[in-house]
Ligand binder design. Structure first.
Ligand code: SF4
Length: 279
């Protein structure tokens, strides 16, 4: 890689915190890089006006490596922290990094209601289909039939679709991509950063240690090839028949890009109406 390109991304990381603790071949690093690729396309964003907040889990270690104002919070509580910061300092760009368990299990109610209020946040969920950090238990996104330490004969439950949930709950930008489609992933995050309201990006990432090994998915490269072979761009997905949509294929792309009243703006209007001044 050209040295100048390499350096342009290095500035976003706390090099004294590296090497990271993710397993070799983990997809979390790819998703973290996609976030800084997206930030790089927004010259107005810098270390002083961008806050990165995470919860708990392998994904949420990312905030520790990123050289911004960062908060590594409690399990499932990244969104309440992010909401508080955005309400106190609406001038800041607030980005949340979360995982499938953090966002939709213990943090599920926060997720629904933060979408509903359309807070101006950009949320990137690293979906690896499992609780990686705690040893490979099923998460809400473990596909039916897939094995985990808590479901050695295969998960019986239907998995949650977090993008569909975000859309139904009131988010105003919703997209999905994968660690294989890294440029596409950076592009949809970049568009999410443009959204004035709740932007949600689901990044499908590989966990070769806790999910791939249990489900005989091969090497990290094999898991990336699986994403290549099963992800379908939304335009093509929309033309597929219901029969073609069965199995493990899934759509990627922008599912929603709309406008709606943002909570902080509505709050400001209320304060103005009541004759007060926001501190
Ligand atoms: Fe990544 Fe899985 Fe290892 Fe966690 S357990 S660092 S998600 S490969």
């Amino acid at each position: 890689m050209d040295d100048s390109i390499k350096r342009s991304y290095e500035k976003y990381f706390r090099l004294n915190r590296l090497p990271h603790l993710w397993c070799p071949g983990c997809g979390n690093g790819i998703a973290m890089k996609a976030i800084v690729m997206a930030i790089e396309k927004h010259p107005e964003l810098n270390k002083d006006n961008t806050v990165i907040i995470s919860g708990i889990g392998c994904s949420s270690r990312a905030s520790g490596y990123m050289d911004f104002d960062t908060l590594h919070t409690a399990h499932g509580r990244a969104l309440p922290f992010a909401t508080g910061i955005k309400m106190a300092r609406p001038d800041l760009k607030v980005i949340v990094i979360t995982g499938d368990g953090d966002c939709t299990a213990i943090g599920g109610n926060h997720f629904i209601h933060t979408c509903r209020r359309n807070h101006d946040l950009t949320v990137i969920l690293f979906n690896n289909n499992i609780y990686g950090m705690t040893g490979g238990q099923t998460s809400p996104m473990t596909p039916q039939g897939k094995k985990a330490t808590t479901t050695p004969y295969g998960s019986m439950a239907h998995p949650l679709d977090p993008s569909a949930l975000a859309k139904a709950a009131g988010a105003t930008y919703v997209a999905r991509s994968t660690a294989y489609h890294v440029k596409h992933l950076a592009d949809v995050i970049e568009q999410g950063l443009n959204n004035h309201g709740f932007a949600f990006v689901e990044a499908i990432v590989q966990c070769p240690t806790s999910y791939g090994r249990k489900n005989k998915m091969g090497s990290p490269a094999d898991m990336l090839a699986w994403m290549r072979d099963h992800a379908v761009m939304k335009a093509a997905w929309d033309k597929m028949s219901d029969e073609e949509k069965t199995g493990e294929k899934f759509p990627i792309g922008v599912f929603l890009d709309t406008r709606a009243a943002e909570y902080g703006d509505e709050y400001n209007k209320l304060i103005e109406r009541l004759g007060g001044a926001r501190s």
